[in-house]
Design a protein around this ligand. Sequence first.
Ligand code: HEM
Length: 158
Amino acid sequence: MGFSEAQEQLVVSSWKAMKKQDTESIALKFFFRFGIFEIAPGAKQMFSFLRDAGDAPLENHPKLKTHAVAVFVMACESATQLRNTGDVKVREATLKRLGATHVKAGVADAHFEVVKTALLDTIRDAVPDMWTPEMKAAWEEAYDQLAAAIKEEMKKAA
Ligand code: HEM
């Protein structure tokens, strides 16, 4: 399951282009325009800080921005490490914690698919001039590997 230098370049170059833009608003589109909460309404209940948010606009929620940015950053980092080591190398402690957090929050495999689609669509819209099937495949691979590593930890933590 090799991740080539070309694939790493595609992920890193698009990530750099997105970082030059307003990363937070890109991250927010990721969660809203593509309607993670519409596709999976239950997901809102999973976020402890949203359960108590009442009708406050979700767009302004700092913790939700943090989560969206974390998914982007970790997928990008994971892509770099995939090429170097052939494996997802999020630190062991981090991966364990991620497994535990997501199990506790009630996240299911299907949610990872919803988030993946939203992530890919968001990147496509953020860097339309760079977007190619190869770039899509590279991000997809990086995300899938990271998600698989988190899901593995979730099984252990369940
Ligand atoms: C919490 C990353 C996928 C829902 C977190 C945290 C990180 C993170 C860094 C902060 C807590 C911690 O560090 O343990 C990721 C990554 C993902 C991913 C890298 C994919 C590769 C998902 C998916 C969902 C989800 C698919 C479901 C829609 C949550 C929830 C929390 C959380 C509900 C807890 C928020 C709270 O109540 O404090 N995630 N996540 N995550 N994530 Fe994810």
